[in-house]
Design a protein around this ligand. Structure first.
Ligand SMILES: *[C@@H]1O[C@H](CO)[C@@H](O)[C@H](O)[C@H]1NC(C)=O
Ligand SMILES: *[C@@H]1O[C@H](CO)[C@@H](O)[C@H](O)[C@H]1NC(C)=O
Length: 490
């Protein structure tokens, strides 16, 4: 039932891999539906409409003041595991025309929340645990591009501020070539770059801090009770934050290709065209003992929730039909558009300076006069551009027939690339969702040990059951799943 995709027998490689802190299993929480899109943010702006719009997933008992007990009282979840009533939300991606009209970009396949089990003695999120990743007011990225080897991160480049900026990813999706690495690019590619290169859209990635102070369920800024480990995903926790919790990684895919050739720009709903202000929120909605059981035992490196016997898995239709009740205050709030300006009239602030806070519903907005044919949007001209680079693999080594966790090693100083085979990517789950594909996945990250740059690849490997394919999807059909998968299109 399984087939290694690329196997390079190489003893030295295997030894290095084991030295390099592989993830101790993980699971990939699919949330094929969203409970809604709305200006709500019970974490940062409780009690009233938030300034910007969010795409929201998880437990449906979600509103202006949601807490743990509310989520646990949800009557459904938009995620695949019925025991998970957590709330997951991020800003939306909007397309803004030169005249200031905006509309919601299509979101492909819902979202994925990875629960990566990095580190030792991982403690389940206790009731009431919540946190925020990212900084909505950031508008520049002030470190070298692309990331230098992680072994060289020190000083300013290793502060929590720096790790936070490197915890964002903008993955240019193009299934005709090998995938970019997760968290490779930390800023939004330009519209032109997206048009020219990203035929299958843009995947927004967000890594959450996974080192906790072991005491506080939240903090004033929703961040200072937690910290990033030294390498963003893995690495060491800073002093005072030694308690590991599951490492969350959110992924949402946006159909930017629908706007190819159309004049305008992509702007995150918080008024950010740079991507640096991308962020996300989490309120745990798990029974603590149950989640601890999952953390301790759902360590199958396939990452498949189906491989964890404790999880009850519901159909995609059930996920997609789970919605929150829109508060009447937001009845007239048209987040989807087309509408004048961004939802909530958030002004576009392109930076590079730190953005100024906006209050919900401020009248100020970017709305150039319609007679002014030459008006143009505030564009982030200061942003670095980063070209395509295949993320991965070079050499892979399957360790253990029983496992599907594959760790790929790449020695960047070696000119000779090993033979590679295109792997199924996480993108396949979502973007190919109208076809009969299922959750073949790969996610990658790089880390450095003893001066060698490694890439960690987590993939699901399935046996080939290739039927007829079209040229466009052919390389992804090397692996084919037994289940049929019909993805969400909102
Ligand atoms: C703005 O431009 C878009 C795209 O050309 C158009 O569909 C929309 O109607 C315009 N909005 C206004 C208010 O003129
Ligand atoms: C980049 O953002 C930081 C953090 O907000 C700010 O201190 C700095 O001044 C900004 N850089 C520029 C060139 O504006």
């Amino acid at each position: 039932m399984r087939a290694g995709i690329t196997t390079v027998a190489h003893a030295a490689v295997a030894a290095a891999i084991f030295a390099a802190q592989p993830v101790h299993g993980f699971w990939r929480m699919r949330c094929p539906g969203r409970t809604g899109v709305a200006r709500m943010d019970p974490l940062v702006e409780p009690g009233a409409p938030s300034d910007h719009a969010h795409t929201i997933h998880g437990g449906n008992n979600f509103g202006f003041d949601t807490g743990y007990d509310d989520l646990m009282a949800s009557d459904c979840t938009s995620c695949a595991v019925t025991q998970d009533r957590s709330a997951y939300w991020t800003p939306t991606l909007q397309f803004v025309y030169p005249n200031g009209t905006s509309e919601l970009v299509g979101q492909t396949g819902g979202m994925l929340a990875y629960y990566l089990l990095f580190g030792e003695n991982i403690q389940a999120f206790p009731p009431g645990f919540r946190l925020l990743a990212g900084d909505t007011l950031m508008r520049n990225f002030s470190f070298p591009v692309p990331d230098p080897p992680k072994s060289s991160w020190s000083g300013d480049a290793a502060t929590q501020d720096a790790l936070r900026q490197k915890a964002l990813g903008f993955n240019c999706l193009n299934y005709d070539r090998d995938p970019e690495a997760t968290l490779y690019r930390h800023t939004m590619p330009s519209k032109q770059y997206l048009d020219d290169n990203c035929a299958n859209g843009l995947r927004l990635e967000l890594m959450f801090p996974s080192c906790w102070n072991g005491q506080d369920l939240d903090s004033d800024d929703h961040k200072s009770h937690v910290a990033y480990p030294s390498l963003v995903m893995d690495g060491d926790c800073p002093e005072g934050f030694e308690q590991r919790v599951p490492s969350l990684l959110y992924e949402t895919i946006w159909a930017t290709q629908d706007f190819a050739g159309v004049e305008g720009e992509f702007v995150i709903s918080n008024g950010d065209p740079t991507g640096c202000g991308y962020h996300g929120d989490f309120i745990a909605g798990w029974d603590e003992d149950f989640l601890q059981l999952a953390v301790d035992t759902c360590t199958n490196p396939s990452g498949n929730i189906e491989d964890c016997p404790h999880f009850d898995i519901q159909s995609e239709d059930d996920c997609r039909s789970c919605k929150f009740t829109m508060p009447s205050e937001l009845d007239d709030d048209d987040c989807e558009g087309p509408r004048e300006g961004l939802p909530g009239n958030v002004p576009i602030q392109a930076g590079p300076e730190y953005a100024s806070k906006v209050s919900p519903g401020d009248e100020e907005t970017f709305a150039p006069s319609s007679d002014d044919a030459t008006s143009s949007l505030p564009v982030a001209t200061h942003m670095p551009s980063l070209g395509y680079s295949a993320g991965t693999r070079i050499a892979t080594d399957n360790y253990g027939e029983a496992t599907d966790l594959i760790v790929a090693e790449k020695q960047q100083s070696t000119a000779e690339p090993a033979e590679t085979t295109p792997l199924p990517t996480l993108d396949d789950i979502q973007a190919v969702s109208e076809e009969e594909e299922d959750s073949n996945a790969v996610t990658t990250t790089t880390y450095t040990s003893a001066g060698i740059v490694y890439e960690l690849v987590i993939e699901e490997v399935e046996v080939t059951v290739t039927a007829t394919t079209t040229a466009a999807v052919k390389h992804r059909r090397h692996v084919h799943h037994h289940n049929h998968h019909h993805g969400a299109h909102f």
